[in-house]
Design a protein around this ligand. Structure first.
Ligand code: BV8
Ligand code: ZN
Length: 258
């Protein structure tokens, strides 16, 4: 594990040579923007619930207004947040490398707001709710939802076409990932020569298995996380640090003369 002082030369060397770079991000990349991770203790109305419990079809069936309220609270948090230095460094990196594929587990739009394009959202997006019956997209009202500090139960809106409930545009536990995004992600990981996994605990499947594909493809694999994960000893370099500090440093060090 290399300290934070200088960027490991293996990373700079590999990145300067890299033709196909894949970046996989998780909640940790949005943490420095004030967006809670899945590990963080829930607050307000949801403090007694585990995030993975709420992010399920059964929770929505059981208590739709609790779950819709939770997603509106998270959407309000994201709308009030701004991309951080990690999001910006990732957007910059894609300018320097021939082929860059950004794959995220995050349902926020902070990568796009930092300038990244073609982001593969494996677990959906808060900004894309749809009808749970006819799957028709639902257009959310403009602006930040006005919610009490600890959040509130909110009845899900109804579909204009069939009257069924609108559900959040995210992939819940037990639900399949969007096919095109998942197949594109696997293809990119299989063909990459450099792979970063940033701000993810690498627990949730099948997203976490993308790192295995990159390792099998003999790519240079770099983990950026202040805490340990199950991949510490299988990636090429595991940097214990904050994405908002480490990623800008990697970009600066690699392309300082650019
Ligand atoms: C599925 C959207 C087919 C909703 C999410 C194989 C083995 C075991 C279980 C399974 C398996 N295959 C499938 C499963 C079941 C399940 C699963 O993986 N369960 C886990 C809990 C074991 N997977 C599924 O259900 C998937 N679907 O497989 O369908 C199928 C169908 C039926 C039956 C079987 C299979 C769907 C998974 C997607 C669920 N939806 N999100 C929403 O957001 O509300 S998952 C959600 O949780 C996120 O998207 C993300 O993926 C995950 C949280 O993980 P992270 O993003 O990594 O965040 P976390 O908080 O955990 O960690 C943050 C990390 O950042 C930490 O390590 C921390 O140290 C670090 N950090 C903090 N600050 C910083 C930082 N790092 C850098 N800088 C910082 N500043
Ligand atoms: Zn409908």
């Amino acid at each position: 594990m290399s300290g934070l002082v200088t960027v490991d030369a293996r990373i700079v060397g590999a990145l300067r040579e890299a033709r196909r770079v894949v970046i996989l991000t998780g909640a940790g990349v949005s943490a420095e923007s004030g967006v809670p991770t899945f590990r963080d203790q829930q607050t307000g109305l949801w403090k007694t619930f585990d995030a993975a419990e709420l992010a399920t079809p059964s929770a929505f069936r059981r208590d739709p207004s609790l779950v819709w309220g939770w997603y509106e609270w998270r959407r309000a948090t994201v709308l009030a947040a701004r991309p951080n230095a990690a999001h910006r460094a990732i957007a910059a990196m894609s300018e320097f490398v021939p082929h860059c594929t950004l794959i995220t587990q995050n349902v926020d739009d902070l990568h796009e707001r930092a300038g990244s394009v073609g982001v593969l959202h494996l677990h959906g997006e808060l900004s894309r709710p749809y009808c749970e019956a006819c799957r028709r997209s639902y257009v959310l009202p403009e602006g930040i939802p006005d919610l009490p500090p600890g959040g509130a139960r909110i009845e899900p809106p109804r579909c204009d076409a069939c009257g069924a409930m609108i559900r959040p545009g995210v992939v819940w536990f037990g639900e399949n990932l969007p096919d095109v995004a998942w197949r594109s992600a696997c293809e990119a990981a299989n063909r990459c020569d450099m792979f970063f996994c940033c701000g993810t605990s690498s627990v949730v499947q099948p997203a976490a298995s993308l790192t295995d594909l990159a390792i099998a493809a003999r790519a240079t694999t770099v983990q950026i996380n202040p805490n340990a994960t199950g991949y510490d000893d299988s990636v090429t370099v595991a940097i214990q640090g904050l994405a908002g500090i480490v990623l800008p440093r990697i970009v600066a060090e690699t392309w300082k003369s650019a």
